[in-house]
Design a protein around this ligand. Structure first.
Ligand code: ADP
Ligand code: VHF
Length: 369
């Protein structure tokens, strides 16, 4: 059965740690592997980091730049080289590719989200391998994916992929960073989110010198992907041929089992496409109603409102400690919500002077995180 497969490769696998130069043999093997998958009839998307890393190597910079404008300039240099190398290698094997550069804004607006979906479908239908990266050169801070682990999970969710492979410089997920904790326990399988929470995995700092997110962004990417029904695997980038072995059933890397009933596409867009603009802190009763009974959020259960937002924007719903439990499209702006928080629904019209929605967030617009 043909599958849709998204493969994300990080800077740490694409470049040699000592010199920052491209790891050509890894890239060539990855190219061959993805072409093999295409020949087997699978639909393949590559999410490739490396614009900043390759740009630095090209310009002789020995450290990842911190200043935003410099990073954006360096990414413009690197992205061109990166795509040229991919196109040369894939062309040798007669495989057409496409460059797809996305910013967060492309997924926020529903029409642009659907447009991105349609473009991916066309490319995959044409047998092309899209090579995706964040459009680093124009992305602004507030509308950034920030890391390609998240971007790859959002792409996998958008196209409803069967597999997401996160290729990195460790062979799998461990109970703690194996660089600093030598006896960290390897983890082969995570069956659901509850199990993940119970494992209390330590993710340490920012990852390798050239990577951006470290393991923490891979775990949150896995969370996004499995909610969309995508089986996710963290495995070593140096051995891209393992992708084929894994699809054939070999137990390599760390596998995250997909949620049996994926969240609907619209709710996934609310949860991960949109960028939250505020926070609502809830009391225990409201948390229970949402988590256990799948109810809508009423004004009575809101303890505090943070941020400025308009009605129909997305907000995070948090417990008293600020831990996010859900997200949703809010029916009132922040100013009105400050006035009606903690109040019974029947009093809202009297307080605001107009009859608004009975719920603050209707359950159809509310997604558990
Ligand atoms: N619990 C953990 N298990 C495995 N690796 C971890 C863990 N916590 C932190 N890491 C670190 O995450 C790094 C990979 O992240 P990163 O450098 O961002 O890679 P990439 O460039 O592939 O995205 C590894 O080199 C490892 O040191
Ligand atoms: N978009 C950036 C990469 C961001 C990123 O997530 O990097 P990495 O942690 O190496 O996957 C680039 O191309 O350099």
């Amino acid at each position: 059965m043909p599958k849709t497969i998204v493969v994300k490769i990080g800077t740490s696998s694409l470049t040699q740690p000592e010199t920052g130069q491209l790891a050509l043999s890894t890239i060539a093997t990855l190219t061959e592997t993805l072409c093999n998958l295409r020949h087997q009839g699978h639909r393949v998307i590559l999410v490739s980091s490396g614009a900043v890393g390759v740009g630095c190597a090209r310009l002789g910079l020995t450290e990842r730049p911190k200043a935003i404008a410099l990073k954006q300039a360096v990414a413009a240099v690197g992205q061109g080289r990166l795509i040229r190398i991919y196109d040369d290698l894939f062309s040798t094997l007669n495989q057409p590719i496409a460059q797809v550069l996305l910013t967060r804004a492309d997924l926020v607006q529903r029409s642009r989200y659907l447009n991105a979906y349609n473009t991916f479908q066309e490319l995959l239908g044409l047998g092309v391998i899209p090579v995706v990266n964040e459009n680093d050169t124009v992305a602004v801070e507030e509308l950034k994916f920030g890391d390609n682990d998240t971007l790859s999970a959002l792409v996998a969710s958008l196209v409803e992929a069967d597999w997401l492979f996160l290729l990195t410089d460790v062979d799998r997920l461990y109970s703690a960073d194996p660089r600093t904790v030598p006896d960290a326990r390897p983890i082969s399988l995570i069956s659901n989110m509850k199990e993940l929470a119970e494992l209390q995995i330590q993710t340490g700092g920012q990852g390798s010198q050239w990577g951006t997110g470290g393991m923490v962004t891979k775990i949150s990417a896995a969370r996004i992907a499995i909610a969309a029904g995508v089986r996710t695997v963290i495995t070593q980038g140096r051995f891209p041929r393992n992708i084929e072995k894994i699809i054939q059933g070999e137990a390599i890397g760390t596998h995250f089992e997909p949620q049996p009933e994926p969240t609907s596409a619209r709710k996934r867009w609310i949860a991960y496409g949109l960028v939250p603009t505020g926070k609502l802190y809830l009391d225990d009763g409201a948390i229970n109603a949402i988590l256990q009974a799948g109810k809508s959020l009423l004004a009575a259960g809101i303890k505090a409102v943070e941020g400025e937002f308009e009605s129909q924007e997305t907000v995070q719903l948090c417990d008293r400690h600020g831990n996010e439990i859900a997200r949703g499209l809010v029916n009132y702006n922040s100013e009105d919500l400050q006035k009606i928080r903690g109040c019974h629904s029947r009093d809202i019209a009297g307080i605001l002077g107009y009859a608004g929605a009975e719920t603050v967030i209707h359950r159809d617009n509310l997604v558990l995180i």
